[in-house]
Design a protein around this ligand. Structure first.
Ligand SMILES: [Zn+2]
Length: 198
């Protein structure tokens, strides 16, 4: 940020005088403090009656071509459930019944917070490719392309979902990701999962 969105004057980065402890963008003229806070991503894992989950292949950057369940930036004025349902429609074309919270994942290295719900894909609900997804498919657990998942948060959420379901639980999980997982760590988890299943 270079200019004040309130008056158009230049901003400077400094710690405000009001007892704050972090540098902020402060207007040099009207003194407005422009706070920059983490972004919230809302999402839902839609489960069909037969236990398969609805997955979308991203047709937009970043991670175009990789797989995810519906998730995206929360909009002003909506709840996490409403946002997740909206993302479901935008990315899969499906009307999804958003249910309880599966997990909240703080990702400090990109200043994002993921709020992920469980959900239900009603019997007979239509779905298909959209402007954001080149492919939309129902997948059983053993069809999930673990090597081709778009983001670590999506990967981790799916792991929580299937582990809970196998254990007959509907737990809530809180996770902090403070370092970008290395490719090695990701590969290790993937091979562990493959072994656990075999
Ligand atoms: Zn200003």
């Amino acid at each position: 940020m270079k200019f004040c969105s309130a008056c158009g004057s230049p901003v400077e980065v400094r710690i405000p005088d009001d007892g704050d402890h972090l540098p902020r963008h402060v207007c040099t003229v009207c003194k407005t403090i422009h706070y920059i806070n983490p972004k919230i991503i809302v999402g839902v894992i839609p489960e069909a009656a037969d236990g398969r989950v609805l997955m979308c292949r991203r047709d937009i950057e970043p991670r175009k071509g990789k797989w995810t369940f519906p998730a995206g930036f929360m909009e002003l004025g909506e709840t996490s459930s409403q946002g997740a349902a909206r993302e479901g429609m935008e990315e899969s074309g499906a009307v999804i019944e958003v249910q309880d919270l599966l997990c909240v994942i703080s990702v400090t290295y990109v200043s994002q917070v993921y709020v992920i719900h469980r959900g239900r894909l009603p019997e007979g609900a239509g779905f298909g490719p959209t402007s954001e997804s080149s492919e939309v498919r129902l997948m059983a657990e053993d069809e999930i392309p673990w090597q081709e998942i778009a983001f670590p948060t999506i990967y981790q959420s799916l792991r929580y979902f299937f582990a809970d379901r196998a254990a007959g639980l509907c737990d809530f999980h809180a996770l902090d990701l403070t370092q970008r997982p290395s490719r090695e760590a990701q590969a290790e988890i993937t091979s562990w999962l493959a072994e656990a299943k075999g």
